[in-house]
Design a protein around this ligand. Structure first.
Ligand SMILES: [Fe+2]
Ligand SMILES: [Fe+2]
Ligand SMILES: [Fe+2]
Length: 424
């Protein structure tokens, strides 16, 4: 059996870019905050190990801001409710062993310094990393990256002097950075992290189980932004995994299929909720926006070394054997078995699971849908046969996965997250 190794940094970098797709106004925000946090940490002499960690924290710091409205509100002045996305983000990361060490720094990244009172919050110590992320985040929000930011720097930093929300030692570090034009020019780039030395990058390898735990929490980021999709990725992932196992894939390949299922709609982060949640039929324009989502899934996963198979299985789920799919218009043999499985898992889950606005299809209707699509030459008959020969089992799995995913959804949100809690 092949055993794959993956780079933690690759995965985080690509997923950070995915989170930024939710709101183009915050383009490259995660990379910029990661970059400046690293530079501040360097300026105050933090050891390299901690600098590497802060870089990852910067890349994921707003992971808990799930809805587009909440993401836009991150550009506003800070208020008490800002902590909600930080606490949620920490909760998300704490459920994932490879990312759990990052959660404390992220939990407190909006706690004000308040002349040192902010060293603690609710009886818990606030790490220095949180103070750094906080300052880097606010600097990043104040600057106008669409233009040359050098003329803005000294005025921007003067605003932070005397502001009790930030530690004076860190603001002083900004003074040190202010003199170095390259810092701000690098930060303005759409990929600022490419300018950091190789030593800044954490070299941790992950096995497939580590990747799986990250993919699972990312399925929450993809699904939880809209109550209509709250259980979709988990459903597709588990159905695809069972199809893969019945089709004779190895244990490790089945786990890769789960990863691909969790991430298959990653590119939907680029699609506005108004389209995702539209109750009626989409018009031509809206549907053409949807047709882009797997292109973005492909582009994001393509940056992860060793992800080639997972990427194809995830990103080709709207391709059709007769070439009538989208967006790559692949045909027949160009579409690997794993992608054919994902397509069928996606369709099956979409028509079978219950949605807030409609019940799932009955057994005979499901059979009819697959017969029709197979006759049109769209789907792989081999995989459709596996599904239909074991249909009761797959329907049971679909309901069971949806029930579990729905419980996870409800238990994930904090008591004051009313908009989310009542959703499914
Ligand atoms: Fe934040
Ligand atoms: Fe932020
Ligand atoms: Fe899709």
């Amino acid at each position: 059996m092949n055993s794959y190794k993956f780079k933690l940094y690759d995965i985080i970098l690509s997923l950070a870019e995915a989170i930024d797709l939710i709101s183009p106004e915050l383009n490259s925000h995660h990379q910029r905050v990661a970059y400046l946090s690293y530079r501040i940490a360097e300026q105050i002499g933090m050891p390299i190990k901690e600098r590497r960690e802060i870089l990852l924290q910067g890349l994921l710091h707003d992971i808990g801001a799930l809805s587009p409205d909440e993401r836009i509100s991150l550009l506003d002045e800070e208020s008490e409710h800002m902590n909600r996305h930080a606490f949620r983000g920490a909760k998300l990361l704490s459920q994932c062993p490879p990312l759990a060490p990052l959660s404390d720094g992220i939990r407190y990244h909006h706690i004000p310094w308040n002349n040192g009172l902010g060293r603690e919050y609710d009886g818990q110590p606030v790490p220095l990393a949180s103070n750094i992320l906080h300052l880097a985040d606010r600097v990043s929000v104040y600057l106008h990256f669409s233009q040359n930011i050098l003329p803005e720097i000294s005025e921007m930093i003067s605003k932070f002097h005397g502001d009790q929300k930030f530690s004076p030692i860190l603001v002083k570090a900004l003074d040190g950075l202010a003199k170095k034009e390259y810092i701000w020019l690098e930060m303005s780039d759409s990929e600022p992290l490419t300018f950091l030395p190789e030593s800044a990058v954490i070299l941790t390898d992950l096995d497939i189980d580590g990747v799986l735990s990250i993919a699972k929490i990312f399925s929450y980021v993809i699904d939880y932004r809209s109550r209509f999709t709250a259980t979709h990725s988990a459903g597709v992932a588990h159905i695809a995994e069972m199809l893969a196992s019945f089709a004779g894939m190895s244990g490790e390949e089945c786990k890769m299929m789960l990863v691909a299922g969790y991430l298959h709609d990653l590119g939907k982060l680029a699609v506005k909720n108004a389209i995702l949640e539209k109750p009626g039929k989409l018009n031509v324009r809206e549907f053409s926006v949807i047709r882009g989502h797997t292109f973005y899934t492909y582009r994001l996963l393509n940056k992860i070394h060793g992800f080639s198979a997972i990427n194809q299985w995830a990103s080709f789920h709207h391709e059709r054997l007769n070439g009538e799919g989208y967006p790559f218009h692949l045909k027949g043999e160009q579409i690997p078995l794993g992608s054919r499985i994902m397509t069928i898992a996606d369709i099956f889950n979409a028509i079978t699971e219950h949605r807030p606005y409609r019940k799932g299809m009955e057994k005979q209707d499901i059979i009819n849908v697959f017969k029709e699509l197979t006759e049109k030459g769209e789907l792989c008959t081999h995989v459709v046969d596996i599904l239909l020969d074991n249909l009761d089992l797959f329907i049971k799995l679909c309901y069971e996965t949806q029930r579990k995913a729905s419980e996870e959804y409800k238990s994930f949100f904090l008591p004051d997250d009313k908009d989310y809690v009542n959703a499914v």
